[in-house]
Design a protein around this ligand. Structure first.
Ligand SMILES: Cc1ncc(COP(=O)(O)O)c(CNc2cccc(C(=O)O)c2)c1O
Length: 454
């Protein structure tokens, strides 16, 4: 008898192409169909329960099953399901969300342009940055410097700003005017340097690139406070202060991509607060609405707003769903929940430190070469040799094995290469963190046994 899962898998196989997927390979295996969620837990159509260590895709900040968000969507949809913010129009939820964002953002950042995703936010950033300089008589000041292994989305500009070579190969990217410097990834690339020496060295590559290109050509630098999809690469403490110094010295704009780091993930409202960055632009998405409805945005400083308001004339850019009222209403309620439940403070003072302490226990495992994390985002490196940091062969196999063991053990953990990542909902409790760690330990043991069995 064909089960519901099998029927759905067959339809999925016939019609549905998935993101970042080898579709032929997936069709042989069949998809896992996630059908229910509550709190920090997911269930698939076979009833398999999993602790969602990834909060969906880094985004479900307030956890699943929040009826307040459902009610916010229902109410807004029943009043006004959609209207745009073109033609001198706007809607109450878009206004109120913009006000709330200004309230929680760094003091000098009080302006937002709404989008539908993080990628659209970074496409917007590229156009606004270039326009900002052009209206001031410097149209040639258009190059944006980014990092290798950065992730800034999957649109043409988003993928070009990103530094993932395997994405650039599909579609003839990056587009002109985007440069990539080496990343501050000490574990893989630091060699014998101390993290502090390495952080300074990698930050100074920005100054070298600016001087190579000519400061009159360089518009901005873009970076995630910590690189998320690239493997939760947390820069050494010397990195961001040096980046900020260089941006200030040469007067280039600083773009802090807060799509993952925003809204409490690192123990502050923004990663920029945690790493001491003073951004001119902050792309946002994900935790903005806890993923309940798609919405993103670009927040920017008063200094930038002054030029865009008073010298730029009409900004010929925007999206149908910029400021979508139902998405904005959900995002507003989401931020109110984060405030009312003091989730940012909880991450900073309670569950964040607790998770980081427990996560460090994994360093005792023979497969783990490094554990790292901040707030409620963590990574661990799977290695063959803890001392030399030698990788396992072939690259990525151990990560895939560990991820699959996690899933069967009832835990969603992300693998990028041989780096294991977690980024759970901000509402996770200490007991649920204990469960996460125990399942991670069991999955590491299962992975070691499988590797030893060859
Ligand atoms: C820093 C950053 N900037 C922009 C984007 C693009 O956002 P959208 O996807 O909403 O267009 C992201 C998205 N980050 C992202 C998206 C999908 C998968 C994974 C993964 O870690 O597997 C990470 C991101 O992490």
């Amino acid at each position: 008898m064909t089960t519901t899962t099998e029927k759905l898998q067959e339809l999925d196989r016939q019609h549905h192409f998935h993101p970042f997927t080898d579709q032929g390979d997936l069709n042989k295996k069949g998809t896992r169909i996630i059908s229910k969620a509550d709190g920090v837990y997911l269930w698939d159509t076979d009833g398999h329960k999993m602790l969602d260590g990834m909060a969906g895709l880094w985004c479900v900040a307030v956890g699943y099953g929040r009826d307040e968000l459902v009610e916010a969507a229902r109410q807004q949809m029943s009043e006004l399901p959609y209207y745009n913010s073109f033609f001198q129009c706007t809607t109450p939820p878009a206004i109120k969300l913009a006000e709330k964002l200004a309230e929680v953002a760094p003091d000098h950042v009080n302006n937002v342009f709404f989008t539908g995703s993080g990628s659209e936010s970074n496409d917007t950033v590229l156009r606004l940055v270039r326009h900002y300089w052009a209206v001031q008589g410097q149209p040639e000041k258009s190059v944006i410097i980014s990092r290798k292994n950065a992730y800034h989305g999957s649109t043409v500009a988003g993928a070009s700003l990103g530094g993932m070579g395997y994405m650039h190969k599909q579609g003839g990217l990056p587009i002109p005017g985007i440069e990539h410097i080496d990343q501050p990834y000490w574990f893989e690339e630091g060699g014998d340097l101390t993290p502090e020496e390495f952080g300074l060295q990698r930050a100074q590559l920005l100054e070298e690139k600016i001087l190579e290109l000519g400061v009159e050509k360089v518009a901005a630098f873009i970076g995630e406070p910590l690189q998320g999809a690239g493997g939760v690469i947390i820069p050494p403490s010397t990195y961001w202060p040096e980046i900020q110094r260089i941006c200030d010295k040469y007067g280039i704009l600083l773009i802090a991509d807060e799509v993952i780091c925003g809204f409490g993930r690192t123990g502050n409202w923004f990663g920029s607060d945690t790493f001491g960055i003073k951004p001119d632009f902050m792309p946002i998405a994900k935790g903005l609405s806890s993923g309940y409805l798609p919405i993103g945005g670009v927040m920017f400083s008063d200094r930038v707003a002054e030029v865009l308001k008073n010298e730029a004339g009409e900004i010929n850019h925007g999206y149908t769903y910029s400021g979508h009222p139902a998405a904005a209403a959900v995002a507003l309620k989401n931020l109110e929940i984060i405030q009312d439940e003091k989730l940012v403070e909880r991450v900073a003072e309670d569950t964040g430190p607790y998770l980081q302490d427990r996560w460090q226990e994994l360093l005792d495992h023979p497969l783990v070469g490094e554990t790292r994390g901040v707030g409620l985002v963590c990574a661990l490196e799977l290695v063959k040799d803890k001392t030399t940091r030698e990788r396992l062969a072939p690259d990525g196999k151990a990560g895939g094995l560990c991820r699959d063991f996690c899933t069967s053990n009832g835990l969603v953990m992300r693998a990028t290469g041989d780096i294991m990542l977690i980024s759970p909902p901000l509402t996770i409790t200490r007991d649920e963190i204990d469960e996460l760690i125990e399942k991670a330990k069991k999955s590491l043991d299962d992975t070691l046994k499988a590797i030893e069995a060859g």
